[in-house]
Ligand binder design. Sequence first.
Ligand code: FAD
Length: 318
Amino acid sequence: MKITDHIKNFAGATQFTFEILPPLKGQSINALYNVIDELMEFNPPFIDVTYHREEHLYKDAGNGLLEMKVIKKRPGTVGICAAIQGKYKIDAIPHILCGGFSKEDTENFLIDLDFLEIDNVVALRGDALKNETYFKATPDGHNYANELVGQITDLNNGIYLDEELQNSHSTDFCIGVSGYPEKHMEAPSMESDIHFLKKKVAAGAEYVVTQMFFDNQKYFDFVKQVRKEGIKVPIIPGLKPLSTLKQLNMIPHRFHVDLPEALVKEVIKCKDNKAVKQVGIEWCIAQSKELKESQVPFLHYYSMSKSDNIKAIGREVF
Ligand code: FAD
């Protein structure tokens, strides 16, 4: 079922949803099933599955030179989505990127999803590769998520890359995109970031999922500003509970989001990561309860494929 239809069925009761990562190459899907099994008591209408593009690794070739290897550490997004839909009979939403995909790769990826009866996709640009300073599109790929959304919308209208194809099947994907309550790190201003968010919606995006935030006011202000710019699609809040001391620096550095001073103070007082995890759970419960009161259709948790803290939050909130 499309996310927009799940939202139409929303009768004022916020639903629990979450995101998982494909396992590292070499691991089985069973660990992921254990995570999902633990969270099924909250009846998630859908689960998002992230996509991880290739990485360029340099290995010692043994002759004084370095050899470059291109590897994907977490393959399997599409297979996991198909497996989840088959096993749990709920929607699985693959993320799809501009990075690492030519337009032809994108088209073929979408054809697989359509054959597997996957109705939803989250369309993203992706980050720069670790050895690049700025994001670089793959040859004949897309530079920005709005272009990717445009290609998916074309396919929904039966327009394939090969213009000579006749009577082509129209796909029917519901397209989600990202939004940044604290603006995307590369955007010169919030206004500019929202201007490009509007382009994604104009290209066919039907809902937005936000980057994690730790201060609900940032989400409420973002929604207000986005609505002022005429963007009407649902904006699903994404939440991540803090779980380690290291994240105090890692989260602002990697995701360009602020941590409220009150949260930082509580975390600094903690003796170990077990205590940090508890602080993270309590903070996230408070955030969740306030967002639920404001009648968001979903609370979307970034689980990092771990269930214990998300389960503790779910039990207090749902
Ligand atoms: P875009 O919307 O393309 O925006 C990128 C930047 O360019 C922004 O600063 C924007 O303001 C600007 N911009 C946008 N369009 C234009 C334009 N036409 N012209 C000029 N400037 C423009 N990454 C993964 O690798 N895998 C995942 O599964 C994944 N899932 C995510 C899920 C969510 C909910 C979120 C919030 C992020 C996710 N990411 C994922 C991270 C995401 O790929 C990065 O944040 C990336 O840097 C930006 O992607 P985007 O789709 O937001 O980019």
